[in-house]
Ligand binder design. Structure first.
Ligand code: FAD
Length: 457
């Protein structure tokens, strides 16, 4: 018998319940990935993520070949392609990870119907993309948690799951006539140049990163995760987004290490699960603004362009935006600040910022991105709606010496010490030599405008 393991957001061999189950169900398995043209049409495929994805697929293929298998890569509509491959090899079962976005839900429903019509079985596996499956813990009488703290309490009560080893062998059926596309089928989904400082994708690179960070960064994580210049977070988010690393395994390994750093890290992984279960229950949360009335966002094109380019005149905001352009990644503390600046100080619709993030972030994720933006903008379900981050206060706390700004804003690289955060206060001769803009908004005026707008809500 033959089964198909469809890879989606689980591009790994270790602790992969989908591959594991497909191997148990049949003598031979076809590992399949479909470069989905629908993702190109929705704009979700962008050069940074597609480059990382291509690395991850190459790494997966290499790992499968070491085990006697090979990745079959197709392009087009995933349902049509899976069905074609299933017909060709006469697969009895198709295995796939459960997704959480509206898009993944519709794909799954179509696939189920198509396979049923052909007399084949679709098996959808949970706790692949997240450590705890959406819907696995729910408050009495509800389908999801809208607030993190009670969610986290329930999440922690779920026992530790078994971490599955990588399969020793992945026996492939005779593939006569089964076409496999080159990797360019993936990169062509989003033509364009990726950011220069993009990390290398794939399970091998992700595991290397995790092992290094577990030794050198985990212990200090609770204390250092907000230190912008220290860059002390794990940087595992793109590997988690593409499933090159298993969240179940990360939780397990962190708990084995123990300590305050590990606890804080596990809590962040729970935030990831939290957002996924919100999106799974409310797919519209990706785009809906839940405030009662929301017709008063400002949309000043020049301000939005300055924000995107990292030319707002507030060095810490600009440093974050430059890091995003250069690495396709931004430190969490900077994400909070630039998002607060756009949505509260400039009072611009959060969806404009969320879309810009999705255009660039290598970890860009419908659940984490959209719901974090909702959270910062104060438009979602679990929020502190009136909290506004002040770039100068944030600079004092999280980049006291200005090293993060000097790293990312080359125009200011020569300004020593914390003075780099307030270039408008520099002596005129020094100021005039810097090719750096004056602030595009007065913070007090921005705050007053925000308060007026929210009072009317
Ligand atoms: P670490 O601090 O090492 O945390 C470990 C892991 O926990 C992360 O890799 C991530 O998977 C998860 N995590 C940490 N913080 C959060 C959080 N607040 N919400 C959900 N998961 C979290 N994260 C994404 O993965 N994709 C996104 O598109 C994304 N967009 C964001 C947009 C905004 C406006 C904000 C404020 C945050 C966003 N985040 C997003 C969450 C967070 O900023 C990143 O996960 C984190 O910066 C990634 O770096 P790291 O891997 O070093 O994180």
């Amino acid at each position: 018998t033959t089964s198909i393991a469809v890879f989606t957001s689980d591009l790994r061999l270790r602790d992969n319940p989908v591959l594991h189950a497909a191997l148990r169900a049949a003598d031979q398995v076809v590992p399949l990935f479909v470069a989905d043209h629908g993702l190109a049409r929705t704009g979700f495929a962008v050069p940074n993520r597609v480059a990382f994805l291509a690395d991850a697929l190459a790494d997966l293929d290499a790992g499968l070949r070491e085990r006697g298998g090979a990745l079959v890569l197709r392009k087009g509509d995933p349902v049509a392609e899976i069905r074609r491959v299933a017909d060709r090899i006469d697969a009895t079962e198709v295995h796939i990870a459960g997704g959480v976005s509206g898009y993944a839900g519709r794909r799954e429903a179509r696939l189920r119907a198509a396979l049923a019509a052909d007399g084949r079985t679709l098996r959808v596996h949970g706790a692949v993309v997240t450590a705890v499956e959406p819907g696995e813990v729910v408050p009495a009488g509800k389908d999801h948690f809208a607030v993190f703290t009670p969610y986290f309490r329930a999440w922690q009560r779920i026992g530790q799951r078994r971490v599955l080893a990588a399969p020793r062998a992945v026996p492939l059926p005779e593939l006569s006539g089964l076409r496999s596309e080159p990797l360019s089928a993936v990169t062509s989904l989003a033509p364009g140049t990726p950011s220069p400082g993009l990390p290398e994708g794939g399970e091998t690179a992700g595991r290397r990163r995790f092992h290094t960070w577990r030794r050198s960064g985990l212990d200090g994580y609770a204390d250092d995760h907000d230190d912008l210049a220290g860059d002390a977070t794990s940087r595992l988010s793109p590997y988690l987004h593409f499933g090159c690393l298993s969240p179940v395994e990360l939780v397990c390994r962190a708990r084995e290490s123990g300590g305050a750093g590990a606890e804080a890290f596990v809590r962040q992984l729970a935030w990831r699960d939290f957002h996924h279960q919100v999106l799974a229950a409310r797919p519209d949360a990706a785009h809906t603004d839940y405030r009662a009335r929301h017709d008063r966002w400002r949309a000043d094109d020049a301000e939005i362009a300055a924000w995107k380019a990292g030319r707002t005149g507030y060095p810490l905001v600009d440093a974050g935006m430059r890091q995003l352009g250069h690495e396709g990644w931004m430190h969490n503390r900077a994400r909070l600040l630039v998002a607060s600046f756009l949505t509260k100080t400039l009072y611009t619709d959060w969806r404009i910022g969320a879309q810009h993030f999705l255009d660039l972030l290598v970890d860009g994720d419908m659940a984490n991105n959209q719901l974090n933006w909702q959270w910062v903008a104060g438009t979602g379900t679990d929020t502190r709606p009136n909290r506004v981050l002040n770039p100068l206060a944030q600079a004092r706390r999280f980049d006291p010496d200005g090293a993060y700004v000097r790293r990312w804003v080359p125009e200011l690289a020569g300004v020593r010490g914390p003075r780099v955060h307030t270039p408008w206060r520099l002596p005129e001769d020094e100021r005039s030599r810097l090719d750096y803009p004056d602030p595009i908004v007065d913070l007090e005026a921005g705050l007053a405008r925000f308060r007026r707008a929210r009072r009317r809500d």
